[in-house]
Design a protein around this ligand. Structure first.
Ligand code: KIV
Length: 267
């Protein structure tokens, strides 16, 4: 069995110029498939609230949900570094609460690192968690937990002042000790500047090709989630349609009494 990648292996990838491939996972079966396919990092994202639970935002996701899905993803994988999201209000109230919840994701969820959203405002929490020996991934740009303050899922950093603030945010998160940082839905040129401004790997989603790595939501890239498809999503498969076709065939065979056949029955 291959050994799990570590925080140091991910940091070295930036130094050597090898791109980091990250994808979200929420259960053991998908985690095993993505691990077999060579994914470097699995993100137990709070997007679970949208693509699995059917909410319109990530806000209703709780710590208990994250622990449950994290355990499943860790059980299903053996090589990828597993990062679990700290959900809404699990780290914003105080740095002590942030540390307690990050610790819970490692101790109960069994992941290797946690991710939290926000630039300067989240730097004290990042620093406290890192000081306790817990690796942290930052997340700036479009931060979905702030969807109500941002006025929707919109491109961030188009204005010069906002772009400057984002570069400063990335530096603050690096200084606080994060080992990588997700850049979500920002112009490709700005993502390139952020990537050059920090020494930790940047992992882009809707942030162009110049980031040190990429992350996609697995339900998006596999064509399973079609409620809303962002411009940055590339569909590598259409499992949504394949699933409908397979279940249509099953329903019709059940109705016609051709399933189960003798080969699926016991004598
Ligand atoms: O929760 C998630 O899936 C994420 C990605 C969008 C990066 O944070």
């Amino acid at each position: 069995m291959a050994e799990r990648l570590t925080v140091s292996s991910i940091r070295r990838m930036k130094e050597s110029g090898e791109r980091v491939a990250m994808v979200t996972a929420y259960d053991a079966t998908f985690a095993r498939l993505f691990d077999d396919a060579g994914t470097d990092m699995l993100l137990v994202g709070d997007t679970v609230g949208m693509v699995v639970q059917g909410h319109t935002s990530t806000l209703p996701v709780t710590m208990d949900h994250m622990v449950y899905h994290c355990q499943a993803v860790v059980r299903g994988s053996s090589r990828a570094l597993v990062v679990c999201d700290l959900p809404f209000m699990s780290y914003q109230v105080s740095v002590e609460k942030a540390l307690e919840n990050a610790g819970r994701l490692l101790a109960e969820g069994l992941c290797q690192a946690v991710k939290l959203e926000g630039g300067q405002r989240s730097a004290p929490a990042v620093q406290r968690i890192v000081e306790a020996g817990i690796p942290v991934v930052g997340h700036i740009g479009l931060t979905p937990q702030s969807v109500n303050a941002l006025g929707g899922f919109k491109v961030q950093g188009r204005e010069a002042a906002q772009a400057t603030r984002l570069i400063e945010d990335a530096r603050r998160i690096e200084d606080a000790g994060a080992f990588a940082i997700v850049l979500e839905t920002i112009p490709a040129g700005l993502a390139k500047s952020v990537t050059e401004a920090v020494s930790i790997p940047t992992i882009g989603i809707g942030a162009g090709v110049e980031c040190d790595g990429q992350v996609l939501v697995c339900y998006d890239m596999l064509g399973l989630f079609d409620t809303f498809v962002a411009k940055f999503v590339k569909r590598y498969a259409n499992l949504g349609e394949a699933t409908r076709e397979a279940v249509r065939a099953y329903v019709s065979e059940v109705k016609e009494r051709t399933f189960p056949g003798p080969e699926h029955s016991y004598t």
